[in-house]
Design a protein around this ligand. Structure first.
Ligand SMILES: *Cc1c(COP(=O)(O)O)cnc(C)c1O
Length: 431
């Protein structure tokens, strides 16, 4: 067993560099998705924008495009450096925590998949005649009655269920969300209030997905959102790279050979961070260095990649519990689809102990006045260790980046938080 696996087995915090990464261009030539697929997804989101604006008036300022701010967090950078990070360059927060409609990164992939499925049904039935038709008709009583004959189901630790549940119920579907034991009560309550059916499980995420899939497969009127293998989810997430490219331009941020980009994203099953990473490679090529973050008890992506067994191994197989406070990351087995791609594109990973989440949460609140949920806070271990850990420094040296770091841009992906109820926020901030 490799040294890394020994450390991972004993739930130590590790910095792991992916030995199998290859140049972006070579990797992109090997996989079945391309930039055209991202553009297709982005165009679909444009077609649906008038409908989204009509159904969710809070999206009106962006004309129905669901997108989040990119905010520089220099006080947080100073805080990390006071604690020994040695971080050079500028530090930004990509605030998917503030995405409209469902308050997490899942508002990208999850909502996209529901819309894609709805477009297919609408074309088949004649409810929509073509791409230039008026999509706001899908908010009519007639359309709601039509979608009401169908079910959409999903297994979730929380946030994916929120995205799928809120969007499907709003369109009139029977939305059924199979929730694992990790799912927070407030997420279940909110979903029920929006008209979704929530089924609770004693088991973990894998069990919720398995049950959801079985129930959906047995019903011809039901569509299952398959977080472990869905290409629609993956492409919905990937659109983020095009959007952040535009934000970089607006803010005068340069990414090129002399100005490397570091992206740190928390990983559960891998769909969200994998889709974003794929998009980053398409847009920025080898100038984008993407790192995942996983809890020490639940590092399913590292285990899959380091053993080469991908989705054929889970964290329990090597003696870890899979249990973490970071509900969004409580996934013991990585996506087969995504781990295959990440082997080619991912720079590395950092694991983080649960007891670091709340200190980061409070530091971000104190320094920047921004609240994000614990699963998202875990990600600060990335910039904290990129330049200060032995493995991180070796990565910079091996990639010729050491003298370019003053011009680097670091982006921490804040994957969720704006919908956390006030009393729970206060509890976490005062703990
Ligand atoms: C879902 C989620 C992630 C990880 O996404 P996966 O697609 O499961 O890898 C990270 N953070 C939050 C807050 C999430 O909800």
């Amino acid at each position: 067993m490799s040294d890394y696996l020994e450390k991972i087995k004993s739930a130590e915090e590790v910095a792991w560099i992916n030995p199998e990464k290859i140049p972006a261009e070579e990797g992109l030539a090997r996989i079945e998705f391309s930039e055209a697929d991202i553009d297709d997804a982005a165009a679909r989101l444009e077609r649906f924008a008038p409908l989204i604006e009509k159904m969710f008036p809070e999206t009106a300022p962006d004309r129905g495009i669901i997108e989040s701010p990119l905010t520089e967090i220099s006080a947080m950078k100073e805080q990390l450096n006071k604690d020994g990070a040695d971080l050079e360059g500028r530090l930004f927060l990509k605030r998917d925590s503030d995405l409209k409609v469902s308050g997490s990164v899942k508002a990208r992939g999850g909502i996209y998949e529901v819309l894609k499925h709805s477009e297919e049904l609408a074309f088949e039935s004649g409810l929509l005649k073509g791409w230039d038709d008026d999509y706001t008709r899908l908010a009519s009583d007639e359309a709601r009655e039509f979608f009401g004959k169908y079910k959409i189901q999903v297994g979730s630790t929380g946030n994916l269920g929120m995205s799928i549940g809120i969007m499907s119920a709003a369109l009139g579907y029977n939305a059924i969300v199979h929730m694992s034991m990790d799912a927070k009560q407030w997420k279940k309550d909110l979903l029920r209030q929006r008209g979704a059916t929530v089924i609770e499980y004693e088991g973990d995420y894998g069990a919720a997905v398995e049950q959801g899939r079985a129930e959906s497969d047995a019903d011809p009127m039901s569509y299952f959102v398959d977080d472990e293998n869905s290409s629609a989810l993956f492409l919905g997430y990937a659109v983020a790279a095009k959007r952040i490219q535009a934000q970089f331009r607006e803010q005068g941020i340069v990414v090129d050979e002399d100005h490397p980009l570091f992206v740190y994203i928390p990983c559960g099953v891998g769909g969200a961070p994998g889709g974003v990473t794929f998009g980053m490679k398409v847009v920025f090529g080898d100038n984008a260095h993407c790192f995942f973050v996983e809890p020490t008890q639940c590092p399913c992506m590292i285990v899959g990649l380091e053993t080469g067994k991908m989705s054929d191994i889970c964290v329990q197989d090597i003696g870890l519990t899979g249990i973490t406070e970071a509900d969004g990351l409580a996934v013991g087995r990585p996506s087969g689809l995504v781990s295959r791609f990440m082997q080619l594109f991912l720079s590395g990973e950092f694991t983080v102990a649960d007891d670091k989440q709340n200190p980061y949460l409070r530091q971000l609140w104190k320094n920047e006045g921004i609240y994000i949920e614990p699963s998202a806070c875990a990600t600060f271990i990335g910039p904290a260790r990129m330049c200060s850990s032995e493995e991180g420094r070796k990565y910079l040296a091996d990639n010729g980046l050491v003298d370019k770091m003053a011009g680097a841009t670091h982006v921490v992906w804040a994957t969720g938080g704006s919908m956390v109820p006030q009393e729970i926020r206060e509890k976490l901030l005062n703990e």
